[in-house]
Design a protein. Structure first.
Lengths: 678, 160
């Protein structure tokens, strides 16, 4: 079986090399032969996908068949592993995840290549660039991180098993989402570089890649949040973001990708920021590869990095080569990227995008700097230091607050120039609402001058309110204009408004989702925790809740043995739930893992929703009683609700616009299309 | 209002943060888990319990924050501190983000000025327009890219 996989990978490498070389030759030559050559290159690219898919199927089949003659399967699976995790074996280790990366790139490339008639020449350039990236990954798979390496010596009876941390349902979803995001940014990059190389006239390439970019961004967003939720629900430390290098690696391309999604609108609408955009899309692609380099080279220690290996050198070379290639074409063709318009006013949508980009890039730089500084310090001073959460909280949080302010302000600014009157009119009520929130919080006892974290919470609450109100006011004002003209109800008019410009109003919904996420985060300074050993009937209090240990027991399952406690949760005299914090011992890997229990108190406190989070920490060897740690994390569920809103906003932004309906005004004047801008 | 109720009602919950919490969150567990000392929850972690006990003992002795941190650095090495100190080369860690902000703002200002002063290049293959024709295009662009709804309704009012 493994031989088929190995052969498929070799064939895939050959096909991708052909797709790359023949694609270049076809683009470089003129004449009838070049068209046929280009077509063979395209088909080779499509066939690469088929070959990589075959290799992936072989690897997953080997996992399901418990084929421990395959070294990768031996190290990442075992007989009693349940079916979903056997499927997840594909991306659970170094070699498999690289194969998965190659598969996703092949899939994206396949979709791109079968849609080549949209613009054959531009797609041919993009196809060649994707083939070049694919060649790199297939070289890695064939010569540095082979997923079909065979076990030496006698055949083992069982495998080492999957890392217990990965045996969680989200782990079946989180990596694919994240990888779809990482890999997906190769597509806009390929189009951008292709457009630069061929000096593509106009901005059509942006229209072609718009959906790719948004979908990719959405995947990366979901991947990051699922990762945060996984950390929250599995690692058992009560938090969701630890500024670990691997987390940072996913955040960096997200920040530049978000900057690109905004600034690309300036290029579409005004023909501005062309050079900037092409750098942004390259940076996003490059940072995605850099993140992979960080997690796989072992150069920076991380709680969930892959094992140190030699493939870091391969990635370093690829990063250098891709940078050099990009800079070469940029320098050669940059005259093609001159701006078509000039900035007319500092108080305009354009300038808000500029500052939005500045802040997003600053946030990205801060994360990059913090991630690399331990290594820099080691090189300079030969002393190891840690750059952990306190650094990021001090440096990145203020930047995030400024970004939130721009999220509120930006949508209310008009393209080209905004009059002071218009600004006042648009901002008045959202500002009143925001200030009212701040004043009320201080009246009710928030003392931001006592603690910086309270200050941040106050500011975040005010700005989140500002974002929410500006989004709402945009919908209401636009809805009123339509309702006034068409006689529809306000809600119907707002729906109509969204359908006329889905991208714009979908974007506003995403902004609203960001505000909701921020509400979830701002509860962090108010977290509480308690810990105690709990025998039968023992009680522990946390916040308004009393935890009573009803029992504790053990259980043996094929894949793991477990110890767990049964904890009744009371609020006052009323029992609200029963929770079962657990600790498992995985037999194959001989590793222990806690399984925290989370109860969102949404049914008791919808507004003040908080997570009651219990961890089975261990057993007191003398008494045999379990030690239970309880966290009470306010507002956290809003983070996940905010993500749903963000995804909903992105999906609505992808819906095609309805044809603008022109309604007759009661006067002679031409009807003004509503919601035509972004 | 949701926000006010939510956050203010939580206030009483979080204000009993102690020096133990503060110092415990300024240090890392050294077991290799890359977690803050007070957040390390590894079952059977050989370090965090011991380190927490040492922290409690230092506070009981009345050691100052600096002295306590210094003692931990001497025992566990510099990586025990969760963020770079503001001394020596480590200052660079704190300075660089703000330097980047300064450079970024200055760069943005330079770009904005250059844009405002530079005549825009016409898109390739498109003839330049000027005079009344340019005004007409501008008016059309303004209407089609909306400005804002207030402005749209305002101009409609004016026309009326």
């Amino acid at each position: 079986m493994s031989y088929i996989g190995s052969f498929a990978l070799l064939v895939a490498l050959g096909l991708s090399v052909y797709s790359f070389v023949a694609g270049i030759l076809a683009l470089a030559r003129e004449g009838p032969g070049s068209e046929r050559l280009g077509e063979t290159a395209r088909r080779a690219g499509v066939a690469t996908f088929a070959a990589v898919l075959l290799a992936s199927v072989v690897l997953v089949t080997a996992a399901f068949q418990d084929d421990f003659s395959n070294s990768y399967i031996f190290h990442h699976s075992n007989r009693d592993l349940s079916a979903p995790y056997k499927f997840a074996v594909l991306w659970s280790g170094q070699e498999g995840s690289l194969l998965f990366w190659s598969l996703l790139l092949g899939t994206y490339g396949f979709v791109l290549r079968i849609r080549h008639k949209t613009d054959q020449r531009l797609f041919a350039y993009a196809s060649v660039i994707i083939a070049a990236v694919q060649v790199f990954f297939l070289l890695l798979l064939n010569f540095a991180a082979h997923p079909f390496a065979m076990m030496q010596g006698s055949l083992p009876a069982d495998g080492n098993g999957l890392n217990p941390l990965l045996q969680y349902p989200e782990m079946v979803i989180h990596p694919p989402m994240l990888y779809l995001g990482y890999v997906g940014f190769t597509i806009p990059f390929a189009f951008a570089l292709g457009a630069l190389i061929m000096k593509y006239p106009g901005e059509k390439w942006i229209h072609i890649t718009r959906r790719w970019t948004m979908v990719t961004w959405a995947f990366l967003t979901v991947g990051i949040f699922l990762g945060a939720h996984w950390a929250y629900a599995v690692l058992g430390w009560g938090g969701y973001w630890g500024w670990d290098p691997v987390e940072n690696a996913s955040l960096m391309p997200w920040l530049t990708g978000t900057a690109f999604l905004h600034s690309v609108m300036m290029q579409e609408k005004r023909g501005m920021l062309k050079m900037w955009n092409i750098w942004l899309v390259f940076a996003t692609f490059w940072l995605a590869i850099l993140g992979t380099f960080l997690t796989r080279s072992g150069i920076i220690s991380s709680v969930h990095a892959f094992a140190q290996s030699s493939i870091g050198t391969w990635f370093a070379w690829f990063l250098a080569l891709s940078f050099a290639t990009f800079v070469f074409f940029f320098v050669r063709n940059k005259s093609h990227l001159r701006s078509e318009h000039k900035l007319e006013s500092l108080v305009s949508r354009e300038s808000s995008f500029l500052f939005n980009n500045l802040l997003l890039l600053l946030a990205c730089f801060t994360v990059l700097w913090g991630t690399w500084f331990p290594k820099i310090s080691e090189w300079v001073e030969d002393s190891k230091i840690t750059v952990g959460p306190p650094f990021y909280n001090k440096v990145a949080v203020p930047v995030a607050l400024l970004l939130l302010l721009l999220t509120a302000v930006g949508p209310l600014l008009a393209w080209r120039k905004t009059s002071l009157d218009s600004l006042k009119r648009n901002f008045l009520w959202p500002t009143y609402g925001s200030v009212a929130v701040g004043v009320a919080m201080i009246i009710f006892g928030v003392r931001p001058w006592n603690d910086i974290s309270y200050f941040y919470s106050l500011m975040a609450a005010m700005l989140a309110m500002l974002v929410g109100l500006t989004v709402l006011s945009e919908f209401v004002r636009g809805g009123r204009v339509i309702a006034g003209k068409s006689g529809q109800g306000l809600l119907g008019a707002m729906l109509h408004l969204w359908h006329r410009n889905t991208r714009r109003y979908g974007g506003y919904i995403v902004h609203f989702g960001v505000a909701v996420v921020i509400i979830g985060i701002l509860g962090a300074p108010f977290n509480k925790e308690a810990e105690r050993e709990m025998g039968y009937g023992d009680k522990m209090s946390i916040g308004p809740y009393t935890l009573v240990c009803r029992s504790f027991t053990q259980e043996d399952k094929p894949n793991y043995g477990s110890e767990w406690a049964i904890i009744d949760v009371f609020k006052g005299d009323r029992q609200i739930t029963t929770m079962y914090p657990e600790r498992r011992f995985y037999k194959a890997s001989q590793q222990t893992q806690t399984i925290p229990q989370i109860h969102p108190t949404i049914s008791e406190d919808f507004l003040l929703v908080k997570d009651l989070y219990l961890v089975y920490e261990g057993v007191n060897q003398d008494s045999g009683h379990p030690i239970i740690k309880a966290h009470l994390n306010p507002l956290v569920p809003w983070i996940w609700i905010g993500l749903i809103v963000m995804v909903f906003g992105t999906v609505t932004a992808l819906v095609p616009n309805a044809a603008p309906v022109r309604v007759s005004a009661p006067v002679r004047a031409e009807p003004a299309p509503v919601g035509a801008g972004d | 209002m949701l926000l006010i109720v939510a956050v203010t009602s939580l206030m009483g919950a979080g204000d009993e943060s102690t020096r133990f919490n503060d110092l415990g969150h300024r240090m890392m567990c050294v077991c290799g888990c890359s977690q803050i000392l007070l957040e390390c929850n590894h079952v059977g972690c050989g370090y965090s319990d011991k380190m927490r006990a040492e922290l409690v003992a230092a506070l009981d002795r009345g050691d100052s924050d600096d002295l306590t941190l210094q003692a931990f650095v001497q025992k566990y090495g510099t990586t025990v501190i969760a963020a770079p100190t503001a001394t020596g080369f480590n200052r660079v860690a704190w300075i660089m983000p703000f330097l980047a902000l300064g450079v970024g703002v200055a760069g943005t200002v330079v770009i904005v000025r250059a844009w405002k002063n530079r005549p825009a290049a016409a898109p390739s293959g498109v003839a330049r327009v000027a005079g009344t024709e340019l005004d007409r295009f501008r008016r059309q662009a303004r209407e089609e890219t909306e400005e804002d709804f207030g402005a749209a309704t305002e101009s409609k009012d004016k026309r009326q």
